[in-house]
Design a binder for this molecule. Structure first.
Ligand code: M6R
Length: 608
């Protein structure tokens, strides 16, 4: 949940580290620091607060050197403070390091090192690693680094500098991501590819239990036995521009506007008029027909995409689908076997709970299909099959374009399974495919038609402390996702309910002026939804409805209506979510909050 970077080359390192950290700030932003190797040894500069605090310190007194490491923190052990910020060093200053992850046996190690005379100045689990290195050093830094793999429990990606071998950055990882960017006469390390996309397109992905030595001229990767491993770099074709704000005030707004293109990408080469093929899946039609149930596992927004996926899969493929939050799934002793298809969904591909669920499912003999946006991520590498979301880099903590591609990936999967398992007539399949192919255009239309109206609604929502979101069928997970977006960035308490459930309790909370966002994007349930809307309206709620173009009679029952283009109701989710994302964005903006980096959160949740 932190971001780490490193550079070794022929340029001054401090600005390069700061630039890389800025691109990783989404991973954590409560403090930051750098360590630079120079004639004075290892110089450390760190500061509590956002990166600009560190930037200020470095600008006024830049540490000079051509090699260094950096860190942006999301606190786990110890409050955000100068002392708890990374890099951490041992007492002698021989080792300095940055860490992403959690050391679960840190208290035991701390006590053990304490008995040997080590004294600590921070509350972090990371500081003990620097001391452990100093304790285990016997004239070979690589050996000391390898010994960490035996001693540390939990998750870690570490970048280590040592005065004993001052021309190398040592890296090692387990259950936290780490990539090595290869340049000409310079090399980079980072938690995530976008950190150095401007400098290189060639990345080496480090696997669990591997370590590497990175120098100006090369990279050597070793397994835990210390044997060298040869690895081909991954070529990344993302446009560096895709990882920038591109003129928008925030990444979130840019990413919302990128959604029509993201939809085009997730569909490209997979769906065409009358055709649906997922050729990257190496499952035979027999295997696809052999599954008796589907289990979806994910967290947060990805989980809500799975809830929506359940409705679509069950309707089109007629197969039972269960959906679990990964942190619950991993401890509920789920019943899986070879006839279960487990689908894990993760934008980052590094979410600790989702990764643990994947491992558990594979251990039980189930086949795991991952829907992920992150090529080379742990989930990508460990799943049996992968469907890439192709959303491009998503930087804002609040997920938008990744969500829309997750939902679209479920549409594609459901259509494909329906074709292979013969659960939908060919003619109907052709009609459904034609509807899905319209979605990128319709998403673009929805963006244009909703933005101004939503800006107006945000003027009202910004004054609220509570809001309710309601919907039925596929509109219910949308309500959940809309409520999550609003709480996540505007800090308004928002709850979502299946519309028919209100009278079983929550209706008691409704009184004059309470805002209710009603999603009525299912033709078949429109009348039922209208009745539920009347129920809340009768209690004085201020109702904004989202429905299909043409449903004019709803105007008599609600305060505001936002129309989305009409499409087959099974696929309306990727359209109806857009105004909800915009509502969260503009409300947070009106309230003056940091939209891209909301408090207490981080983009990639690599801790349990
Ligand atoms: O990277 P993942 O898709 O696995 O992340 C899962 C959740 O942490 C994530 O969707 C989170 O809920 C978002 N911040 C919501 O906007």
């Amino acid at each position: 949940m932190c971001g780490i970077v490193g550079y070794v080359g022929d340029k001054e390192v401090a600005p390069i580290l700061l630039d890389g950290l800025q691109r990783l700030e989404y991973r954590g932003y409560d403090s930051a620091g750098v360590a630079v190797v120079n004639g004075k040894g290892i110089e450390v500069v760190k500061a509590v607060g956002k990166l600009k605090e560190l930037d200020g310190l470095i600008t006024s007194n830049p540490p000079s050197g051509k090699m260094g490491i950096g860190h942006t923190r999301w606190a786990t052990h110890g409050v955000p403070s100068d002392l708890n910020s990374h890099p951490h060093a041992d007492r002698s200053g021989d080792f300095a390091l940055v860490h992403n992850g959690i050391i679960e046996n840190f208290q035991r190690l701390k006590d053990e090192l304490g008995q040997k005379g080590h004294r600590f100045i921070s509350e972090t689990d990371t500081e003990i690693i620097a001391h452990l290195l100093a304790e285990n050093y016997r004239g070979d830094v690589q050996q000391a680094v390898l010994s960490l793999i035996e001693r540390l429990e939990g998750s870690y990606a570490l970048a280590i500098l040592s005065r004993h071998e001052p021309d190398k950055i040592f890296v090692v990882r387990k259950d936290s991501p780490l990539v090595i960017g290869k340049g000409q006469g310079e090399n980079f390390i980072a938690s995530d590819i976008p950190a150095f996309l401007k400098q290189t397109r060639e990345f080496l992905i480090l696997n669990d239990g591997e370590c590497a030595q990175v120098t100006q001229d090369g990279v050597q990767i070793f397994n835990r036995q210390g044997e060298e491993i040869k690895r081909e770099p991954l070529q990344v074709d993302w446009d560096a521009e895709q990882a920038e704000k591109g003129g928008y005030q925030h990444y979130m707004l840019k990413e919302i506007h990128e959604q029509p293109d993201a939809l085009r990408r997730v569909m490209s080469n997979r769906i065409a008029p009358g055709k649906i093929e997922l050729s990257e899946l190496s499952l035979t039609p027999e295997q696809l027909r052999s599954y008796r149930r589907i289990q979806i596992v994910a967290c947060g927004t990805a989980y809500y995409s799975g809830m929506l996926g359940k409705y679509v899969l069950e309707q089109l493929v007629r197969i039972p689908v269960e959906v679990d939050v990964a942190s619950e799934f991993r401890y509920r002793q789920p019943l899986l076997n070879r006839q279960s298809l487990v689908i894990v969904v993760s934008q980052s591909g590094e979410t600790a709970d989702t990764l643990a669920a994947l491992r558990l499912a594979r251990k039980q003999g189930a086949r795991v299909l991952a829907l992920t946006n992150a090529i080379g991520s742990s989930i990508d590498r460990e799943a049996d099959q992968v469907l890439y979301l192709q959303a491009g880099p998503e930087i804002a903590v609040a997920s938008t374009k990744a969500y829309i591609t997750m939902v679209a990936a479920f549409y594609l999967l459901a259509l494909y399974l329906a074709k292979v398992r013969g659960t939908v007539e060919e003619e109907q399949l052709t009609t459904l495919i034609a509807e899905v192919l319209r979605l990128p255009e319709l998403a673009a239309e929805t963006l244009i038609s909703s933005e101004e109206m939503i800006k107006g609604r945000a003027q009202v929502y910004k004054l609220q402390e509570n809001a309710f979101f309601i919907g039925r069928n596929t509109d219910f997970p949308l309500a959940l996702e809309g409520a999550l977006k609003l709480k996540e960035i505007s800090y308004i308490h928002a709850e979502a309910y299946p519309a028919g459930e209100l009278k079983h309790g929550p209706l008691a909370l409704l009184e004059d002026g309470v805002p209710v966002l009603a999603i009525a994007a299912r033709h078949s349930l429109y009348d039922k939804m209208l009745s539920n809307i009347k129920e809340v309206k009768a209690r004085g709620a201020d109702v904004t409805a989202i429905t299909f173009a043409g449903q004019r009679e709803i105007e008599e029952s609600v305060d505001h209506v936002l129309y989305i283009p009409s499409v087959n109701e099974l696929f309306s989710g990727v359209l109806a979510i857009i105004p909800l994302q915009l509502l969260a964005y503009y409300t947070a903006l009106e309230r003056g909050y940091d939209v891209d980096q909301p408090r207490n959160l981080a983009k990639s949740v690599t801790v349990e």
